[in-house]
Design a protein around this ligand. Structure first.
Ligand code: DC
Length: 215
C-alpha cells in the first residue's frame, strides 16, 4: 500500500501499453522534463536477449537465460540507454533477430521475476530523483505502488500506420501488411503472459493517444 506521507510515496510514474502506442516517446520526454530517470523496460528484455544471442544461448531455455542474467550486469542510464557489462547498446537492440527472440525471453516467468528486481534497483540509486518507466507490466508488477499509472491506448490500425512510417523513414523494405501482421502477432504473444499481460489496472488513468501530438 502507498502510505500517506509524501516521503514514502514512490516517485514513479508508469506508462503501459501495446507495441507502437507511443508510450516510450512520452515516457522519455516526461522523464527528461521532470529530471527523473527513464526506465525502458522493453530495452532491458532486449539487452538480455542480445547477450543470449551473442553467447549462442537457447532463448527458449528459462534455466539458461536465468543463469545468464545472474552472470551479466544490466543497467540503465538516466536517459534510458541500457548497458550490458558497462557497454551501452543502441542499434543492436533493434535488430530483427532481437525482435524475434525477445518474445521467448519475455515468456519465462523466472527471468521476468529477476529482471523486475534488477529494474526496481534503479529507484534506489542515490542520484535518482524519480523514475518514469514504460513497458507492458510496469504499473501492475514492476512498480505496483506507483501513485500514477497510465495505460496508453491506440487502435491497431493507427499503431501500424506509425510503425510503417518509422520503417519507411529508415528505408526498411517492409509493406504495410507486414507491419500490421507483426504487430498483431506481438499483441497476441504479449496478451498471453497472464498477470504481466498489458492491461489497464483498476487505478490506471487511460490515455487515448490516437490523435494527440507528442506535446
Ligand atoms: O517494448 P519493446 O518492443 O521494446 O519490448 C520488447 C519485448 O519485451 C516485447 O516482446 C515485450 C516484452 N516486454 C515485456 O514482456 N514486459 C515489459 N515490461 C516490457 C517489454
Amino acid at each position: 500500500m502507498v502510505s500517506s506521507t509524501s516521503e514514502s510515496i514512490p516517485r514513479v510514474i508508469t506508462l503501459d501499453g501495446l507495441s507502437g502506442s507511443g508510450k516510450s516517446t512520452l515516457a522519455r520526454l516526461l522523464a527528461n522534463q521532470l529530471g527523473w530517470a527513464y526506465l525502458d523496460s522493453g530495452a532491458w528484455y532486449r539487452a538480455l536477449t542480445w547477450a543470449a544471442l551473442e553467447r549462442e544461448i537457447d532463448v527458449k531455455s528459462a534455466e539458461m537465460v536465468l543463469d545468464l542474467l545472474f552472470n551479466i550486469n544490466i543497467d540503465s542510464k538516466k536517459d534510458g540507454a541500457v548497458l550490458v557489462d558497462g557497454a551501452v547498446l543502441t542499434k543492436e537492440l533493434r535488430l530483427p533477430e532481437i525482435d524475434i527472440a525477445v518474445s521467448s525471453v519475455a515468456d519465462h516467468l523466472s527471468v521476468r521475476g529477476e529482471l523486475n528486481e534488477q529494474m526496481r534497483n534503479i529507484l534506489k540509486q542515490n542520484d535518482t530523483n524519480g523514475v518514469v518507466a514504460d513497458g507492458r507490466d510496469v504499473g501492475s508488477i514492476v512498480f505496483p505502488d506507483s501513485p500514477l499509472k497510465v495505460y496508453v491506448e491506440v487502435p491497431l490500425a493507427e499503431r501500424a500506420k506509425r510503425r510503417f512510417a518509422q520503417h519507411q523513414s529508415i528505408g526498411a523494405d517492409v509493406t504495410f501488411s507486414d507491419v500490421m501482421e507483426a504487430l498483431q502477432s506481438r499483441d497476441a504473444r504479449d496478451s498471453q503472459r497472464g498477470d504481466a499481460a498489458p492491461k489497464a489496472q483498476p487505478n490506471s488513468r487511460l490515455l487515448d493517444n490516437q490523435n494527440n501530438s507528442v506535446e
